[in-house]
Design a binder for this molecule. Sequence first.
Ligand SMILES: Nc1ncnc2c1ncn2[C@@H]1O[C@H](COP(=O)(O)OP(=O)(O)OP(=O)(O)O)[C@@H](O)[C@H]1O
Ligand SMILES: [Mg+2]
Length: 359
Amino acid sequence: MPSIRVEGVTKRFGKFTALENINISVNDGEYVSIIGPSGCGKTTLLRIIAGIIREYEGHVYVDGELFDDKPLEKRSIGYVFQNIALFPNMNVGGNVSYSPKAKRFDSETIRSVTLEMLELMKLTDRYYDYPTRLSGGMQQKTALARALASGAKLLLLDEPLSLLDLKVRTELRYELRRIVKDLGLTAIHVTHDQEEAMAISDRIIVMRRARVVEEGAPLNLYLRPKEIFTAYFLGESNVLEGSVVESDEKFLKVDVEGVLLKARNTGFKIGEKVVVMIRPELIELVNHGVNGIVMKKIMEGFFIRLIIGIGGMRISVKQPYWRVYGINVGSTVKLSFPEEHVLVYKYPERGLYSEISLY
Ligand SMILES: Nc1ncnc2c1ncn2[C@@H]1O[C@H](COP(=O)(O)OP(=O)(O)OP(=O)(O)O)[C@@H](O)[C@H]1O
Ligand SMILES: [Mg+2]
């Protein structure tokens, strides 16, 4: 049963650092997602764990065994590549049964494993098609079926659902998690889709600029991110600058453009410059609260986004459509900012813009 430990891994391509001192562990049976902006090193990290990249500083252990010198073919890892890479000279059935055949399973097992995985991915009727005849999404599902059929206990999935349409993607993410849990596999799943990461994983690792920013259980990362970048990148956030005007043992009051916001005190003093983050969906429309004026109303399907001005502060509020009947541009609304959702951070030394910039 595979656990993974990545210890002090640094990877440079010439002068460019793609990974900088990465330390992560994945427990046996755990489903971990990695999210982060494009170019932050996610694929590079998977390639190092898989044994595709062999030159790096630091160490990779699987089940406590040092893997740095272990050849790729001896690692027994199921890998779904970001750019798919099916065997072009084999049909769907051939691709999916490749690994069971290579392992010299008996023909009945090969057949049943292959059909089971094809069934799962709803690809059974594509058995005889060659990759060039498949859509991107079908190729991606074939790649997933192939990785699952390999019998590997460790899965490295690089954006495995990115080419599927939303409905199939949403369905497959639950299937994928179920299979991993049912079969006792360990999975690292790279995704750009934060919702997918939240839904599918036991733990999320957030990366930026070659480093790990923060990791944690999905809901904890969403509700209590330790880093401004996490709050900004995972889900949506109003990012505001303010200064502390009241501080006692339990609570703070922060002045944001003349609006006073109450928050839990996590160790700030009066006069300190801070960053305040509030998620648009956690701001409430109430009968008694702070007055604001609706400046914009944007339809987003089931949810409506209101851009609201309160004094000098502009804030984005997201509500289900039925909560905003009769509220239009120019309407006065009353808002409440639940103090447990008003997150206060030390103002970053390098400035706020640099802290939340993606690259
Ligand atoms: N073989 C290589 N030679 C030179 N630079 C490379 C090589 N492979 C990756 N890089 C660089 O390393 C950085 C990290 O690349 P990587 O593919 O790991 O990013 P990523 O997080 O997977 O991005 P994306 O979300 O776009 O897939 C990028 O700036 C990339 O250009
Ligand atoms: Mg990538």
